[in-house]
Design a protein around this ligand. Structure first.
Ligand code: PAF
Length: 296
């Protein structure tokens, strides 16, 4: 396992891997790796022989009152987990290596980034696209793996790759869940009992709506209400519970009759921790039907 700190060293290592005939994949992360990340790395390793895991807590995607300073930084454990999952290289740069003095260019996001999390974290996706574009530029991957848990991020990055003609296959990877259905997230480690137990209402709410959808419900407001009625009593606040177009994440009107494939996305706060989750109705099993799969 090679650990690289400098952007120019990463570029040279990836150039040399490609020159030797290696297909290169990248898995961008902010570290604090868990089984969800390991699943991304395993998927990348099935598709490429050089697998670069990037570990960088990216300051530009955090708002002023968010958790940049306290975000968990666990590099040694991350390197071990990445290697065990099939990574061949870890890139862990310093902030001033990725944003050196004089840095001012940002990748501006469009409509896909406006609703849902974009409404509550207005500068977030621009920070994400900017760092991901920098990482893509350094690695030159054929493949990049992103989790479906951050569904809007996945769509924003897919849009960016299309719009900028990036020759990179963006691979969506399934959400890994705990036995009670809670989606794995680096931020789950902020939760202590009984808040951790309260958070399990999120997959229960998504599942209730998914079951109602499977039984034929197509009213956006009824689907949202089925989800909300379970989540609301357990969480401290709700940023959104929204049914949206699964391709461009544009929310459906409350009185809309939704199509046979639609995104139901949720962002809530539990004891100060912001948690997101989603299910693509009509495309994937309800969260509780996959609970615990691969999470051990
Ligand atoms: O999903 C994340 O961990 C981050 O948003 C990403 C894609 C690594 C960019 O910093």
């Amino acid at each position: 396992m090679r650990i690289v700190r400098a952007p120019e060293e990463l570029r040279a290592a990836c150039d040399s891997a490609r020159a030797q005939g290696s297909r290169v994949a990248v898995v961008p992360t902010m570290g604090a790796l868990h089984k969800g990340h390991a699943t991304l790395v395993e998927e990348a390793a099935r598709r490429a022989s050089t697998v670069v895991v990037t570990i960088f807590v990216n300051p530009t995607q955090f708002g002023p009152n968010e958790d940049f300073a306290k975000y968990p930084r666990t590099l040694d454990a991350d390197v071990e987990m990445a290697g065990a999952a099939g990574a061949t290289m870890v890139f862990a740069p310093a902030v001033d290596a990725m944003y050196p003095a004089g840095d001012e260019t940002r990748v501006r996001v469009g409509k896909t980034a406006l609703a849902l999390c974009g409404e509550h974290r207005p500068t977030h996706f621009e920070g994400v696209t900017t760092i991901v574009a920098k990482l893509f530029s350094l690695v030159g991957p054929s493949v990049a793996c992103f989790g479906r848990k951050d569904y809007q991020q996945l769509r924003v990055i897919t849009r960016m790759a299309t719009d900028l003609f990036l020759p990179i296959e963006i691979v969506p990877v399934r959400t890994v869940r705990e036995a009670d259905g809670l989606a794995l997230s680096s931020r789950n480690r902020y939760l202590r009992e009984p808040d951790r137990t309260r958070a399990a209402a999120i997959p229960r709410g998504l599942t209730a709506a998914a079951r109602s959808f499977a039984a034929g419900e197509r009213s956006a407001s009824a689907l949202e209400a089925a989800c909300r009625s379970i989540i609301e009593p357990s969480v401290d606040s709700i940023d959104y519970i929204t049914v949206a177009n699964a391709d461009n994440v544009e929310p459906f009107a409350k009185d809309a009759h939704v199509p046979d494939r639609a995104l139901l996305a949720v962002a809530v706060r539990v004891a100060g921790t912001r948690l997101i989750d989603n299910v693509v109705l009509g495309e994937e099993p309800a969260p509780l039907e996959r609970a615990g799969e691969g999470a051990a």
